[in-house]
Design a protein around this ligand. Structure first.
Ligand SMILES: [Zn+2]
Ligand SMILES: [Zn+2]
Length: 214
């Protein structure tokens, strides 16, 4: 059984609900995923922890969260330290992220999968999944979330990526949610979402074999 600890720092409960849908989908591939929350449930403790993490990782000048600082603060957090060492941590926040990779400044990254100090972590900013009128795009968010959880559960697993930015690392070249982000993820997400397409058979088989699910 897989264990996921969700720390949701969003006031909007829609991203969390979409995430639960994605976890159900993943569970059918990788085996039972146990989460510590109920979909759309109010989790004030988790919310307070997430807000604290954001405060610690926030750049007041840029008005953005430093994604790498956030990951560092997550592994140091007393609540996270109390969790099962094998539990994967997923953190959602509404603030936008920036990250610095190899001296290159990356603004407005949506987050990604990190492996840091023995912890498997996905941090996700929900910021770019809202339009100017504040309308959330569940299909786009679900697509990106599926991609990042794919990394977390070892799709395209010969990559074993530990880097910090979502469009680096090994990706699938099939017609698949694990394709490299090419700047058209919204369009791709909608074309996939309309027909319920996610992982290609190769990526599915890879994850099933990795987690020995038949
Ligand atoms: Zn990726
Ligand atoms: Zn694939």
């Amino acid at each position: 059984m897989h264990e996921i600890v969700l720390i949701d720092g969003c006031q909007d409960d829609e991203p969390g609900k979409v995430l639960y849908g994605v976890l159900t989908h993943m569970g059918a591939i990788v085996g039972i995923i146990h989460t510590d929350k109920t979909a759309g449930g109010l989790d004030l403790d988790g919310y307070a922890i997430a807000r604290g993490l954001v405060r610690q990782s926030y750049d007041d000048v840029r008005k953005q969260v430093d994604a790498q600082a956030l990951v560092g603060n997550i592994v140091k957090d007393p609540f996270v330290k109390r969790q099962n060492p094998n539990a994967k941590i997923v953190v959602l926040v509404p603030e936008s992220f920036y990250a610095n990779h190899d001296g290159k400044d990356l603004t407005y990254v949506h987050g990604g999968r990190f492996s840091f100090k023995g912890r498997d972590i996905v941090v996700m900013s929900t910021n770019k999944f809202y339009d100017k009128k504040g309308k959330f795009d569940p299909m786009h968010f679900g697509y990106i979330m599926t991609h990042e959880l794919g990394h977390l559960f070892g799709a395209v697993s010969n990559s074993r990526r530990t880097n910090t930015e979502e469009n680096l690392g090994t990706h699938c070249t099939n017609d698949c949610v694990m394709r490299q982000e090419d700047g058209h993820s919204r369009e791709t997400a909608h074309s996939f979402g309309r027909v319920g397409k996610t992982f290609c058979n190769q990526c599915k088989t890879e994850m099933r074999n990795l987690h020995r699910v038949r």
